[in-house]
Design a binder for this molecule. Structure first.
Ligand SMILES: Cc1ncc(COP(=O)(O)O)c(C=O)c1O
Length: 444
């Protein structure tokens, strides 16, 4: 801890205890506020003996999502705060801790009324002061302690200029999420985040159930193996057969469900998980999904672009759970306002593109952020996108990436800095590519 004036100290985030849960909307508001002003005007309020954060929980969450490592905190005693349940019952700080331990889940802050018996001072601490020291970079030599480190220590995923689609007026970049180690996709990030979040709350059982279109399943099976957990996955019938082979090799149990979209299997997964006492992480509803993309994917993209002096004019990406593109939209709109255009990509009505789906099929985070446009792409167009990128740039991207590329082609902006988010590579989709070439041969 570093001493500072008026009883406010700068403390390590890791030393603080979180027992309260605040709504994501409040965290997003605090995040926007700090991002805009780049400073903090109030300290967190922390109970001295337990380290429990009583005030500014939403600011703490926002600082965490900004990857800060420290926070200004006012340390108070138990007798300087009154904590009341909405029912009127008065609680001690120790009671909170006990309740949190028993319930395994954080306590919803909205169920409590908190009154301070002292004044909370105003402060003016620049956000810049809340970052830790220099990171020791053994990453340069690519030596890792364990397989899980291959994920987090390899971020950021590469950002590459697509030279053949760029011009004097237009720079096109692709963020290659296939460089994640387990599923070779963007989904490793959420598999890790959902598991770590449940683990931190003591809510991760031995058996994990999830509905997946493959990538989240591979991520969960891999990370589950590293942590000694068993995994059962529910996959729609429309997904390529080879997925079962990968997942079985990883030791996961695979159930094919007679639905077209992964999200349609949720009710069945939830019921089976309840029946079998399994943990259903549920990527469609779990805020750890949105948060990991805000904390890492979006922020690293901004840092990468800034390192080459580029402000993005347009970012294009696919929509599945809407996790990664909603976080990217929220981050970039918070920082750059509407000067950056956010474009979502969905399959055209009646078309199947693994990993993405239509907005009206129901998505959580997309409704909390702003998208400037949603573009429809057919399954054949997505494959044409894959082929064009493969033949011009030598990158074998996946079908949803092909759809993102095709959306870029449809928009065909002549100038500006355009970023395409490519969620995975093409190797899982040999069946769809084969079928496309077979159809083309027949119509010749
Ligand atoms: C290949 C692929 N593309 C795109 C997406 C969509 O990502 P998100 O769920 O973050 O919207 C997914 C998610 O399943 C995916 O597997």
């Amino acid at each position: 801890m570093v001493a500072s004036s008026n009883n406010v100290k700068i403390v390590d985030l890791a030393s603080l205890r979180r027992v309260f849960e605040v709504d994501l909307a409040l965290v997003m508001e605090a995040y926007s506020r700090v991002m805009r002003s780049q400073r903090l005007d109030k300290p967190l309020v922390v109970e001295r003996n337990t380290g429990i954060v009583i005030g500014g929980v939403e600011v703490l969450e926002a600082l965490d999502l900004l990857s800060a490592s420290k926070a200004p905190a006012l340390l108070i005693g138990q007798d300087q705060v009154m904590i009341k349940r909405l029912s009127g019952e008065i609680l001690k700080v120790d009671d909170l801790l006990e309740e949190f331990r028993l319930g395994r889940n954080r306590l919803p802050l909205r169920n409590f009324e908190i009154k301070y018996l002292i004044d909370i001072p105003s402060i003016d601490v620049p956000l810049d002061h809340l970052y830790g020291g220099v990171r020791i970079d053994r990453r340069v030599l690519r030596v890792y302690d364990d397989t899980l480190s291959l994920l987090v220590e390899n971020w950021p995923t590469p950002l590459v200029r697509l030279k053949s689609f760029s011009s004097d007026y237009r720079r096109v970049y692709a963020k290659l999420e296939s460089f994640n180690p387990f599923s070779n996709s963007v989904k490793d990030r959420i598999g890790w985040a959902m598991i770590m979040d449940a683990l931190s709350r003591g809510a991760l059982g031995d058996l994990l159930y999830e509905a997946t279109s493959t990538n989240t399943g591979i991520a969960l099976a891999s990370i589950g193996n590293a942590l000694g957990r068993r995994v059962k996955l529910f996959i729609p019938k429309t997904i390529q057969r080879v997925s079962d082979v990968f997942l079985k090799t990883l030791g996961a149990e695979v159930v094919r469900v007679p639905v077209s979209l992964t999200v349609e299997a949720i009710a069945e997964v939830e019921a089976s998980a309840r029946r079998d006492g399994a943990t259903h992480l549920n990527q469609f509803e779990n805020d750890a999904n949105f948060k990991v993309h805000l904390k890492y994917t979006a922020r690293e993209l901004d840092q990468q672009l800034r390192s080459i002096g580029v402000e993005p004019d347009c970012i294009i990406g696919g929509l599945g759970t809407s996790g990664h593109m909603s976080a990217i939209s929220f981050y970039f709109k918070s920082k750059y306002g509407d000067s950056v255009r956010i474009v979502g990509v969905q399959p055209a009505q009646g078309h199947v593109i693994p990993g993405i789906r239509r907005v009206e099929s129901g998505m959580k985070w997309i409704h909390m952020v702003k998208f400037d446009e949603i573009i429809d792409v057919t399954s054949d167009e997505a494959i044409e996108g894959v082929i064009e990128v493969a033949r011009r740039e030598g990158l074998l991207i996946g079908l949803s990436s092909g759809a993102v590329f095709k959306a870029f082609r449809k928009l065909s902006p002549e100038r500006g800095n355009i970023v395409l988010i490519f969620p995975d590579n093409g190797y899982k989709y040999a069946e769809q590519l084969e079928e496309y070439f077979r159809k083309r041969e027949q119509t010749k």
